[in-house]
Ligand binder design. Sequence first.
Ligand code: WT7
Length: 694
Amino acid sequence: DLSAERRLRCMLEHLVPVEISRVNPDRSVCIFPTSEEYKDIVQVPGDFAKKALLSSRSQYEQLYNEAVTNPDGFWGRVAAGFFWKKLWDTSKPVCNYNFDADKGPIFVEWFKGGFTNVCYNALDRHVLAGHGHELCFLWEGNDPGQSAQLTYSDVLKKVCQVANFLKSKNVQKGDRVCIYMSMIPELPIAMLACARLGAIHSVVFGGFSSESLAGRILDCKAKVLLTCSAGRRGNKLLPLKELADRALEICLRDGNTRVETCLVYDNSFALPREKVPWVEGRDLWWQDNVSQFSVDCPVEWMAAEDPLFMLYTSGSTGKPKGLIHTVGGYMVYAGFTFKHVFDHHPGDIFWCTADCGWITGHTYLTYGPLFNRATCVMFEGVPTFPHAGRWWEIVDKFKVSILYAAPTAIRTLAAQGDEVVRKYSRKSLRLLGSVGEPISPKTWRWYYEVCGDSRCPIIDTWWQTETGACMISPLPGAWPMKPGCATLPFFGVQTLVLDQEGKELHGACEGYLSIKAPWPGIARTVYGDHSRYESTYFKTWKGLYATGDGCRRDADGYIWITGRVDDVLNVSGHRISTGEVEGALVSHPQCTEAAVVGYDHELKGQGIYAFVTLSQQAKPSDALKKELQDIVRKQIGSFASPEVIHWAVSLPRTRSGKIMRRILRKIAARQYTDIGDTSSLSDPSVVEALIKGR
Ligand code: WT7
């Protein structure tokens, strides 16, 4: 798309002052700060700074530089804080890698030669040291009044029972286990049980449809599926077992299934047992079977570079990629970032509101906190059920000190007004976090002033499924915040800002965000398709990891994330591929073509807008619109269903046939005066027709 490139170049050349400045000039949304907002600085509240693990930027810089110049010393020291059955080969560099495809295959290895077990480090280590009685999970159900407490010993016993069950089903090191559950403690318990045995877990978010689940089961050839009868989120019932059944049927049709066992947790709060569909011989009730197994189970000692888990994520093209994270590096990076980014102190009550189906729930609800012996709140429901004060009620109930949430939820709550927040004490809170999408300065301010009473720093944490754990974030206490800004890279993370030719930009600048050398938590490959890993992340910029995000770096060296520069949408913090949604739409027999773009959505961040052309016999109607929305729901999940269906007679294409999304984004955003150059279109009148149809 030439003209977009030209625009980018202009922007890069006239950097200061820019009013609305984004690397992706086509994004209709400007949540990006105005020049006034850029200057807004918030000092770390004094009381917080006094007790913070890190209290100055110079202290940070010293450690940051050490991590870059002496990774062996720095990461060796960090890794030594974990239990290793056998230490890594300390006579060799702690990290060995190649990011340059010209020099051979891309690979990353950390702590080579070492043996450890992630579950042992999350649980056994603490229990053996006499901390078994300390609280691990504080669970709050969807309906108020439903809650549970699990100590570290409780969790260890339950994990061992599940691990022994899996062993009885012949699950061995390296086998894949798929987990499709709602947010109940058995979900992280299942993940830890897999880690104990060295089985690779693949958690599929409960909001995904049966077809998505089937695709993931088939791709990784899972041996066992762990699910629950149903889940409840607000007033909605999630019939997980029914969806799982349909997924397993699809797998059967494919003739490829190896799923011989489906273990079902009886979540009777959500659905009575007798209403749960059942396949005799394959399905087993969790409560009836798992409890018969021993509460002791030896751990499988794993090599540092053995896979720990896989997690599917969407890119701009193709089917979702199963990213592989490995044992040693992920463990060290998840644990270490948790401690420093959240400034974790003993006694903190930590609440990450993310679902375990996403990387945030893996790293900061399960692994990271447990390595640090933290107490975690886990919530099954939604922020506004049964009332808009639910979150603050939970904060007061469990005396939550650190709250980690997504901007989309914060925006939803902000829309309900300040009163429902102020009704609750919230005095236990000392730190607030944000993750998953850019947080606008306005939302940041509301979160800071209203939710945190201007007393709690905010950490705006930027990272990705691929990075394993946090990459750019304030270390609270160490430097002043700027509302809407992720600030500085974590220890050892070498961020670069590039222009469109891949040239590194210095000082205050704007461009593409990339990373120079590996950090321990980077994903190592795409399951079953290493060349896809190489081409997605390492082909764009030679020798560098391409993040897919744009950013601006200001004069203080702070990094402002501006959003994706590819065709990935971020809807309510969910990462969605435009290509996947288009694929689902065109599978409808009456849809001939579809082009999907994002548009500014007040609550969701981005909404999904689909331009659709129909076959000659078909007529636009509300019923057809619903059919199209349903087909996306069915193939991907409700969260990916387009809000807007625009009946188009044809789509704007270049003479070579490429759809010009830039123009479609402008039309979706009603920015007609700003359509730009349409001379390269094969038929410029198409644009006129689309505007009329808006
Ligand atoms: C994409 C990654 C981070 C784990 C959950 C999402 C966007 C994430 C931020 C942030 C601006 C953010 C990026 C990134 N993103 N955090 N603090 N500020 N954008 O993981 O599903 O892999 O999505 O989320 O665009 O590339 P994910």
